[in-house]
Design a protein around this ligand. Structure first.
Ligand SMILES: *Cc1c(COP(=O)(O)O)cnc(C)c1O
Length: 419
């Protein structure tokens, strides 16, 4: 074995956790679990305990951990070339661009690495489009966003977050953004001015607590944007790539965007790969030198992303996600635990909201003890977003483990949930 892997293998879980705390910035508060191996829908800690991975890397592991097809593709590419630069062309990037446009039914793509970069790219495209095509006066472009959004962590993106902690002490913030309540079409209409460049929203607010807009909102928003010559930008970084039972969540209604932000599952659970896709009209505003990224569209990332998309098609992952997501939500809805406030989901993006006063820390520990990895989003909602390759038996097993975990909390704390 390689000496690096040997050093890593020698660490106990406790040592790894202590070392992370010592040398790493404390910008996360992880579960008390140290993962040393993962395959398919499962992950293992150093003591050999096996977990259903229902965090699914925040939906980035749609194809399952270490999908053989994706890993084989990556290994084969490593015998050719992994990184060049955008100073030259590569055949890998060419084929990736064609595939991502075909998969999304869009005309052009701009490759990046992380989700936040894709959102930043979309903001730059929308602003430049508004000045050079729509005719908005210089530096006056406005972008309408939703309350409780999550679009990433850069200074510009947190500037339009409504989560105070995301912004506090990180100013001065970027101007040019308005916020409306999520799903409120009248509020969008009232906020549009001649300076509005775009509306940027998630079709389903995953980080916000698996929140859905009212039925018809997405389609109506599409119409309102078209009528006002405003770009519609869907951030599908978490909801995209079959997660909600369609390739993209906007497909649940007639709501095709002008620009769409992609990330997470585009990297096949292996590498960071993101992109903005959209119409030629909008993408064409970028001229050489306007934007870029050293690693964006690199050959290794390109082939991994192609493999991820091909496998999603070949294995009909959107159908599986739809079917098993329905099963998971309906099984969870049958549970009678008094601490459950709500179960909601679309495809394999399922939220279990518990009532205020529930001991969520205890519940979280019970999930771990029962072998399920899940973490609360905002607002007491536990997210279940397992790989889309799971089976019906997996869903039933996960529901059993969730039930056992809820039993523990209910037994320990019956009075706190009476209200
Ligand atoms: C995760 C996420 C992002 C940010 O992606 P990063 O790769 O973490 O930068 C943006 N938008 C949504 C909806 C996300 O879920």
């Amino acid at each position: 074995m390689n000496d690096i892997l040997k050093e890593i293998e020698q660490l106990t879980d406790a040592e790894a956790i202590a070392m992370t705390h010592q040398y790493g910035a404390h910008n996360y508060h992880p579960l008390d679990v140290n993962i040393v191996k993962a395959k398919g829908a499962f992950a293992w800690d150093g003591d050999g305990r096996k977990y259903y991975d229902c965090i699914g890397s925040y939906s980035a592991v749609a194809n399952g951990h270490l999908s053989p097809y994706i890993v084989d593709t990556l290994k084969a590419q490593l015998d050719k070339v992994s990184l060049t630069s955008r100073a030259v062309y590569t055949s890998e990037l060419a084929v990736f661009l064609k595939h991502v446009c075909q998969f999304t039914n869009m005309e052009m793509a701009c490759p990046m690495n992380t989700g936040a970069e894709a959102v930043e790219t979309a903001i730059k495209l929308a602003r430049k489009w508004s000045y050079t095509v729509k005719g908005v006066p210089e530096d006056q472009a406005e972008i309408i966003t939703a309350a409780d959004n999550f679009h990433g962590r850069t200074v510009t993106i947190v500037s339009f977050s409504t989560e105070e902690q995301y912004k506090a002490n990180f100013g001065p913030l970027t101007p040019g953004f308005l916020t409306v309540p999520f799903g409120d079409i009248e509020a969008v209409k009232k906020s549009i001015t001649p300076h509005t460049a775009a509306v940027l929203m998630e079709p389903i607010q995953a980080e916000g607590g698996i929140l859905f807009p009212p039925p018809g909102f997405m389609a109506e928003l599409r119409q309102v944007c078209t009528q006002n010559n405003v770009l519609l930008i869907w951030d599908e970084i978490q909801t995209g790539f079959c997660r909600t039972g369609k390739k993209f969540a906007w497909e649940h209604e007639d709501a095709k965007p002008d620009l769409m932000c992609l990330g997470k599952a585009l990297g096949g659970g292996v590498l960071p790969v993101s992109a903005v896709v959209g119409s030629k009209d909008v993408l064409s505003v970028f001229k050489p030198g306007d934007h870029g990224s050293t690693f964006g569209g690199n050959p290794l990332a390109a082939v991994v992303a192609i493999a991820a998309m091909k496998e999603m098609d070949d294995k009909h992952l959107s159908v599986n996600s739809q079917k098993l997501g329905d099963l998971m939500a309906s099984e969870l809805s049958k549970l009678k635990h008094t601490c459950i406030e709500d179960v909601r989901g679309r495809g394999l993006l399922v939220g279990l909201e518990v009532k205020e006063g529930t001991d969520t820390k205890k519940l979280s520990q019970a999930f771990i003890a029962n072998g399920v990895l899940t973490k609360e989003t905002r607002s007491r909602t536990f997210r279940f977003a397992p790989p889309l390759t799971i089976t019906e038996d997996d869903v039933l097993a996960i529901v059993k483990k969730i039930t056992a975990s809820l039993d523990v909390v209910e037994a320990a704390q019956p009075s706190a949930v009476m209200a």
